[in-house]
Structure formats: C-alpha cells, structure tokens
Write a protein that binds this ligand. Structure first.
Ligand SMILES: Cc1ncc(COP(=O)(O)O)c(C=O)c1O
Length: 374
C-alpha cells in the first residue's frame, strides 16, 4: 500500500473553523477583565444546563472535580461503596476514592458500558449496606440504558451519578444523558466533543439543594464571601474557557451529526474487514466521541496503521482493577473478563467533525489491506 497523509485526531481544525468567533469571544473576556466565575461562566452554566435539559449547571475546573463534588454533595463518604465499571478513565475510580469511599466493579458488556443484567443480579443477591450509589459511565459517547439504571436505583435506594464526561449531547430515549440521574458530571477537556482550550468541567442537576451545595464546595465552602460553611475546595471555571465553550456549544449538535455520518462511513466500509465493528451501531444512542473497533491482533493493526500514517488510540489499555496502583484494592461482582478482553482488543480510529469522508475511506482501505495474525 502507498503511504497516506497523516490522519489523526486534530484539534486545530475545530479552532480554524470558528477562528473569528472564538478570537472575538476570548478578546472580549480579556477586555472585560473578569477572569473567574464571571458573566461568561454564568451564561455558559445557563446555556449548557438548558442544552442538557436540566435546571442547574455549576461550572468547575475539570470533569474530575465535577465528579468529586457530585459525590460529596450526595454525601458519599468513608466506608461507602459506589458501583461503577473498571473499563473507563482512571478518573472514574479516583474520584470515588477521594471521597474516602471505594469503587465496586461490575463488568461491561459488548457496548463497553455497564452490564445491566449483572448489575441487577448483584443488587438482587449481594447488595450491602455499604452500597450507596451507581456511577454509570457513558463511554465513547454511548448512552447507558438510563431507564434501567434509574429504576434499579429507585428500587434499592441508591444515588445515580452519571459520568457523562464523554457524552455531550448523547440521547437515551430522546432525553440527553446528564438529565437522568440525580446529578451528572461533564468534562470539557480539549479532545471532548465539547472541548475547551484547557481544563474545565460542569456539574448538572435538577436538584436545587445539590446545586447550592456544589456552588459552595467549588469555592472554599463559601456561601458568602470569606465565610466557609462547608469544607470545600478551589475548583472554579474561568471565563476564557466559558467564552470558548459558549461558541462551540452552538455547533455541538451539528458536530455530533458529522461524527455520526463518519461512523456510518466506517460501519459500511468495514463490513467485510478483518475487524469487529462497534456492535451498537443500529440505535441512536451514540455520538461517537470514539469509534472503537476490536481485533484479537489489535497491536498488529495499530502498528500497520501507524506505518501508513494513521494515528489510532487505545482507550483503555488496562482496566482499573489491573492498573499497578489499584491491583487487588477493590471488590467486584464476579469476574471482569469482558473488561479485560476489551482492553486487549480495542482500538479507536480517527474521528472528529472536520474529518472528511475521503479520509475515513483511506482508513477503511488501509484496514482492508491488513491481515491479522491468527
Ligand atoms: C469517562 C471520564 N471520566 C472522567 C474524566 C475526567 O475528566 P477531566 O479530564 O476533565 O478531569 C474523563 C476525561 O478524561 C473521562 O473520559
């Protein structure tokens, strides 16, 4: 095969597409002189929470902080357990630990998200007094079955804290993720479907009391300036990020549609290829933050694509329970084989709104010229 131009996740085209609008938004913050928790942050909180379909949005410094503050506001503390999956960003487990609680792992299924059947069986047979919350992760932009999760949570008296850090705009039954649980966390890390020019995050909820707690917790526990009524942290959103995100939010649905179209191209083009395509293509629950395929010779494929200038990513090479820092530290319901197998086989192909169909065709053609090792 001939060499092809380098194809990888690119952040710059997103900037180039809206250069004038973004520059003007940033300039206006610089001119205004209000850099933290100012008018841009207020406006973005209103606009993003409206977009998700909830009444409250609280801008914070990262997705990690959005999760920590959500857990704290729900009262998760030392001795508690929070149900989640091991096949996710390590941040998902770190945040539970940083409240003094422990993650309790349930395996994933083919969708790379929590196996609802296993969750249900665990709750029926083994739930303990320590279990306080479910933290579903909408991984790769795929919406978890939130009807099932919220109904189980109601039945067993558990909080639902959605990790929507990879799923801005994804829908489950025509309702955006982030609007289903008691509370939800978003990350605006630059590579996300809605990405800032640095770190930023948001908590969204319909619960005014949780929102009030988080507004205090994100700034030293203040309700009034310099009076700490709770033990908070410093996790404030800055106005330059909010201004950038307000511009990009206007294009988010359109950008997600462009990703979905590219995923369609991949899905058709890879039909007879040697790789396994995401098994969940048919429903409308995906906004393709990642288009992740599988192969038992994943490393061979990655190397082959790299030789042809196509940069891919492995998200995630190790599930949390096998990470050196966490091995043997957390409990799970039965084995976690699907998470382990997925981590060995998964590979994210390039996908971003400004990518052309022609580029996706090059990726497809290259994969179709590859022979896996048996
Ligand atoms: C699933 C998931 N949870 C949590 C986070 C943490 O977000 P942040 O990097 O903004 O702290 C991320 C982002 O990397 C993520 O992908």
């Amino acid at each position: 095969m001939k060499n092809v131009p380098e194809i990888k996740l690119k952040l710059k085209p997103a900037y180039e597409e809206h250069r004038h609008e973004l520059n003007a938004a940033i300039q206006s913050v610089l001119d205004g002189g209000q850099y933290i928790l100012g008018e841009e942050v207020n406006a973005f909180e209103t606009e993003f929470s409206r977009f998700i379909g909830v009444s409250q949005g609280i801008g914070v410094a990262s997705g990690t902080d959005a999760l920590v503050l959500s857990l704290k506001a729900c009262g998760i503390k030392h001795g508690d357990e929070v149900i989640t999956v091991p096949f996710t960003s390590v941040a998902t487990a770190i945040v539970i630990q940083s409240c003094g609680a422990k993650p309790f792992f349930i395996d994933i299924d083919d969708s790379c998200t929590i196996d609802i059947n296993k969750l249900e069986t665990f709750l029926k047979r083994n739930i303990s007094k320590k279990t306080k919350a479910i933290l579903p992760v909408h991984l790769y932009g795929y919406a978890v079955d939130m009807e099932a999760i919220t109904s189980l949570a109601k039945q067993y008296g558990l909080w639902v804290i959605e990790d929507a850090c990879q799923a801005h705009g994804a829908l489950f039954n025509k309702r955006r993720v982030g609007s289903w649980g008691d509370i939800a966390a978003f990350s605006f890390y630059p590579t996300k479907n809605l990405g800032a020019f640095g770190d930023a995050g948001m908590v969204v909820t319909n619960d005014a009391q949780l929102s009030e707690k988080i507004r205090a917790l994100r700034q030293y526990g203040w309700k009034t300036k310099n009076i700490s009524e709770s033990m908070g942290i410093n996790s404030r959103m800055d106005d330059i990020q909010a201004a950038v995100l307000r511009v990009k939010l206007k294009y988010l649905d359109q950008d997600n549609q462009r990703r979905i179209k590219l995923a369609e191209v991949y899905h058709q083009g890879l039909e007879d290829s040697p790789v396994i395509r995401p098994s969940i293509f048919a429903d409308l629950r995906h906004i393709y933050h990642q288009y992740a395929i599988r192969s038992s010779d994943r490393d061979g494929l990655k190397e082959f694509l790299a030789k042809h200038g196509i940069v891919t990513q492995i998200l995630y090479p190790l599930p949390i329970h096998l990470q050196p820092a966490y091995r043997g530290k957390f409990d799970s319901f039965g084995g976690l084989e699907t998470s382990e197998k997925t981590a060995r086989e998964i590979l994210s192909l390039p996908i971003y709104p400004q990518m052309g169909k022609e580029e996706a065709q090059i990726v497809i053609e290259t994969i179709n010229h590859w022979f896996p090792k048996e």
